[in-house]
Design a protein around this ligand. Structure first.
Ligand code: HEC
Length: 209
């Protein structure tokens, strides 16, 4: 008997589905534990941050699923040996710390030449690190070709800090700000201050009456 080709395909599809279902069930189910949040004391030293960062890098940060340290050749992901030194000149106007912070919080903002996008922000799943864990990872990255300088109080633009600026860029921006200040919208800070001033005025008025 000749089986029509469409039926053959249908049978094949059913067969394959069944096969993979069996294989899937044969694989032991792994229990997934949420990764532990690493506690960092408020008085932790920079050296301790580096060690915490190394642990995160090699463990829950899953950095090593993609990155190597000290490997050369045709790589799919940037090797991180010497990143401390490279980070300082990778993007014009960025300090080393700005660059490292952006690489982790906003990897797609700048794609390392020769590579393609593919890293998820470190503060979101699947990496899902806390801010202080990311700070520790940055301390560790600073030791790959340099020396760690961050402290537990170091803030980035992503954690309520400002972007560090080198003097030249700061000067250029100051000039640009001065030139554009007249037609600029009031900034949040400025309107916040205005609101405060108003509130103070209200209080003063209340006292009078
Ligand atoms: C899924 C793979 C993947 C994982 C996991 C990953 N990265 Fe990346 N990373 C990349 C890719 C791809 C790039 C290059 C593209 C880009 O610039 O976004 C990159 C770029 C970087 C850079 C910039 C490198 C340079 O030469 O300028 C740094 C720093 C970095 N990653 C650090 C980390 C750290 C630290 C972790 C762990 C918390 C991590 N990455 C996890 C894929 C990954």
């Amino acid at each position: 008997m000749k089986i029509p080709i469409t039926l053959q395909i249908a049978l094949l599809a059913v067969g394959m589905t069944g096969f993979y279902t069996l294989v899937g069930q044969a694989v032991p189910q792994k229990e997934v534990h949420p990764p532990e949040v690493i506690e960092v004391a408020a008085n932790v030293t920079t050296a301790e941050l580096v060690e915490i960062g190394r642990t995160v890098f090699e463990g829950k940060g899953i950095c090593q699923t993609c990155h190597t340290i000290g490997k050369s050749g045709a790589l799919r992901f940037p090797d991180l040996q010497g990143i401390a030194e490279r980070a300082a000149r990778q993007r014009p106007g960025y300090t080393q710390l700005d660059y490292l912070a952006e690489s982790l919080y906003e990897p797609d903002a700048f794609i390392v030449p020769g590579f393609v996008a593919g890293m998820q922000p470190a503060n979101r799943p699947p990496i899902g690190l806390s801010d202080v864990e990311i700070l520790a990872v940055i301390a560790y990255l600073q030791t790959l070709g340099g020396a760690a300088t961050v402290t537990v109080d170091t803030k980035f633009v992503y954690t309520g800090g400002a972007r560090e600026q080198d003097a030249a860029e700061a000067a250029t921006e100051a000039v640009a700000d001065a030139a554009g200040s007249e037609d600029e919208e009031p900034s949040d800070l400025a309107s916040g201050e205005a609101a405060e001033a108003e509130a103070a005025g209200d209080r003063a008025g209340g006292d009078d009456g």
